[in-house]
Ligand binder design. Structure first.
Ligand code: ZN
Length: 253
């Protein structure tokens, strides 16, 4: 995998934003494989309203967002209302996020966020509408609200991950696509985020219970938070996301 843009192909473009669009799309077209099946992705000939790339083999769709320099915590996106509507629709694409160094056109980070991690909670309203259309509210995607397992790196700080690892990380959370009920899925994602906050591979049930207060602030009607935590951990074990190692101990797989 090359991590430098091929700047020759964009020499005729004057506008910087056009230049970057051409360079980044061409780079993805040449270098990126579909995380679902490993085949190469292709760009849609004419830009489609919701996706930029597709996999002709397994039919997954991908939208590309690029950002120069640091990765940041948020990705700016389009209209808030459209985004929220999209989350409910079946053709919501997965998300490619490309972060590059503007000085030497080098790729710093490349991440795929599977569409099943897109819940309304990660979409944040931006205060201002656009000029002359004050009621038109734009949005951003808050990366900090997505569990680590929902940010699958191909390139992290210029270091390339193996294809095998990308495919494995992708397949690990596909079970979330079957969770249609928003509240159930919300619980699973919250438990994943709590595990992330412990910042270790092995942890205990007591460590997880320390999030009881935090979770009860969100799920105010639930009087059995500890039971719910245990239940979600069992669910994640059944889905091979983690395993029990005995006596209230867990290990991420
Ligand atoms: Zn595919």
């Amino acid at each position: 995998m090359k991590i430098i843009f091929d700047t020759k192909i964009a020499q005729s473009y004057k506008s910087n934003s056009q230049k970057i669009r051409v360079l980044s799309e061409s780079w993805v077209d040449n270098e990126i494989f579909c995380p679902n099946c490993g085949c190469n992705v292709s760009s849609y000939e004419n830009s489609r309203p919701v996706a930029d790339f597709y996999c002709s083999s397994c039919k997954e769709d991908y939208e590309l967002k690029s950002k120069k320099n640091g990765m940041g915590k948020k990705i700016l996106d389009g209209a808030y209302k459209t985004m929220i509507e999209r989350l409910q629709s079946a053709n919501n694409p997965n998300f490619f996020f490309l972060n590059y160094d503007i000085k030497n056109y080098e790729v710093l980070n490349f991440v795929v966020i599977p569409k099943h991690f897109f819940v309304p909670e990660i979409i944040i309203k931006r205060n201002q509408g656009i000029k002359d259309r004050p009621s038109y509210i734009m949005c951003s995607i808050d990366l900090t609200r997505i569990p680590k397992s929902g940010k699958i790196f191909y390139i992290k700080n210029k270091k390339i991950e193996s294809k095998e690892k990308v495919l494995k990380n992708w397949s690990k959370t596909l079970f979330l696509r079957k969770s249609k009920k928003a509240e159930l899925k919300g619980w699973i994602l919250d438990i994943m985020k709590c595990i992330d906050r412990l910042e270790k591979n092995e942890f205990t049930i007591d460590e997880m219970y320390s999030f009881e207060n935090l979770l009860s602030q969100k799920y105010t009607n639930n009087k059995h938070i500890k039971d719910k935590i245990r239940q979600q951990l069992q669910f994640l074990r059944d889905k091979n996301y983690l395993k029990f190692t005995g006596k209230g101990k867990y290990k991420l797989i």
